[in-house]
Design a protein. Structure first.
Length: 212
């Protein structure tokens, strides 16, 4: 059964040390890690950093995301992105700002990172990107998300959404999104459909790499 814990910021330091130690895991365990680097700091109000860890063991996938320095007291959408043809995704650089408005918006991440794939929500296998429950940063801008999901369930849902594709975590990137709704953004900043640009604005990105 899928389950999730949002841990307090007070536990974050100790939990991060524990998760980082998972790189040395027993046989039959595969670990992937993404180091999250800040994006769009001029509108995010600071540098959002953290780590996303994915541990596959015994038919289960533990997805653990720890973030600090995010805009405080708001929900943050988070996902892994990638390409439907299986090519490797990368985090966008400053040059991805195609319209030169000083901000790399969600649409501008596409050439480097592909499309939104799996949401890190309470039940990732629902693939419910716009309606899922995402974590809320505390007053210091920190949060900890942790979910365990059966690999077979997530792979089946993924293959239904992206026919012929496997999860292939080491070809994906993790994005953290979201600035306060009152944040003033140029009219040129793009989003998906009616979703406000403040919700989808990328504030951190990390390439997922296989540990060890």
């Amino acid at each position: 059964m899928t389950h999730m814990k949002f841990l307090s910021a007070a536990c974050a330091a100790g939990a991060l040390a524990l998760v980082a130690g998972c790189a040395s895991t027993p046989a039959g365990t595969t670990t992937y890690v993404a180091q999250l680097q800040p994006m769009n700091t001029q509108v995010a109000g600071g540098a959002t950093t953290g780590q996303a860890t994915f541990i596959e063991r015994g038919g289960q996938l533990v997805m653990d995301v720890q973030v600090k320095g995010a805009p405080a007291n708001i929900e943050h959408w988070q996902h892994f992105h990638g390409f439907k043809d299986g090519q490797s995704a990368t985090c966008p650089a400053a040059g991805s700002d195609a319209n030169r408005d000083g901000i790399v918006d969600l649409i501008e991440t596409g050439p480097a990172a592909g499309t939104t794939m799996v949401p890190f929500i309470q039940q990732p296998a629902t693939m419910d990107i716009p309606h899922g429950t995402y974590p809320v940063a505390d007053a210091s801008g920190a949060y900890h998300y942790r979910v365990t999901v059966p690999v077979a369930d997530l792979q089946a849902a993924f293959a239904k959404q992206f026919p012929g594709q496997k999860l292939d975590l080491d070809k994906r990137v993790v994005f953290i999104h979201g600035v306060p709704s009152a944040t003033k953004l140029p009219a040129s900043v793009q989003s998906l459909g009616p979703i406000p640009a403040q919700v989808t604005l990328p504030i951190a990105c990390g390439v997922i790499r296989k540990a060890g």
